[in-house]
Design a protein around this ligand. Structure first.
Ligand code: ARG
Length: 271
């Protein structure tokens, strides 16, 4: 009996401490996050604002991020919502131009970049990446009546290529096809596609999933050249040296991949 009462007291004390921890700490756990993430780590995440995970993105990149009724939705928004919950943080999304994301991260305006963001050596010098979560390929969008069927055929034709500024499409893929002076940067993919339709550029190069979305929007007016470039891997970027946050996101990604919730988000947005 005595042992039983002592046991109760221990349980009572433990639950009281748990309540206090929830009530007092701004950064502590919220209900709903997994037990394996604890409050003491949260303090080391080096966040812009305690308790919040601020995701920077460019919400002009369906199906990874786009605006729907005033909010940003898509694979990255859905995945980061799950990740934030695992970490006991509230997700906030900041929409900005794609090429301003690295500076926003370094200048501590955002905690992560989640933007269908490809890992590449130049970027790894300025920021750290989590484990990868999606494989993509640059894809060429042409008008349906274009004579070209491969990038080989497009080379040395002095073609103008529309791209989204600051992307791998602009810096890595387009230069394979045409000279630097012929690469025209736009603020987003749909502006580049409009330029294609109005004859201002001869082709657009953009990641495969957005390319398919534009093909869906414009139907028979455009065609795609797929499988022309190397695979790229998307990952979440954190500030250089923010290892605690990087580790925590990796752990969360692993858990949501294992429990199937990651795949559900992908299936919700990728057709
Ligand atoms: N994957 C490409 C890159 O990392 C394009 C990403 C564009 N993302 C966006 N949200 N607009 O450069």
């Amino acid at each position: 009996m005595k042992k039983f009462i002592k046991g109760l007291a221990v349980i009572a004390a433990a639950s009281l401490m748990a309540v206090m921890a929830t009530a007092c700490g701004g950064d502590t756990q919220k209900p709903g996050n997994s037990d394996s993430f604890n409050a003491s780590n949260t303090a080391n995440y080096n966040l812009v604002t305690g308790g919040k995970l601020i995701m920077g993105t460019n919400a002009e990149f369906p199906p990874f991020e786009y605006k729907e009724g005033g909010s940003v939705v898509g694979v990255d928004a859905g995945v980061m919502e799950l990740v934030a919950k695992k970490l006991g943080l509230t997700l906030e999304i900041k929409d900005m131009t794609f090429d301003s994301l690295p500076e926003a991260l370094a200048g501590k305006n955002i905690d992560v970049i989640a933007a269908g963001f490809t890992i590449k050596p130049e970027r790894e010098e300025k920021m750290d990446f989590t484990d990868t979560y999606y494989t993509a390929k640059q894809t060429v969008i042409l008008k349906s009546d274009s004579p070209y069927n491969s990038i080989e055929e497009m080379k040395d034709k002095n073609l103008k290529i529309g791209v989204q500024t600051g992307t791998t499409g602009m810096n890595d893929a387009a230069p394979v096809v045409t000279g630097e002076d012929n690469i025209v940067g736009y603020n987003n993919g749909s502006l580049a596609v409009e330029a294609l339709l109005s004859g201002k550029v001869d082709a657009v190069i953009i990641d495969n999933n957005p390319a398919k979305e534009y093909k869906d929007q414009h139907g028979d007016d455009v065609k795609l050249l797929e499988d022309q470039f190397e695979e790229e891997e998307y990952a979440i970027a954190v500030r250089k040296g923010n290892k605690e946050l990087q580790d925590a996101i990796n752990k969360a990604l692993k858990e949501i991949k294992e429990d199937g919730s990651f795949q559900k988000v992908v299936e919700q947005y990728v057709k």
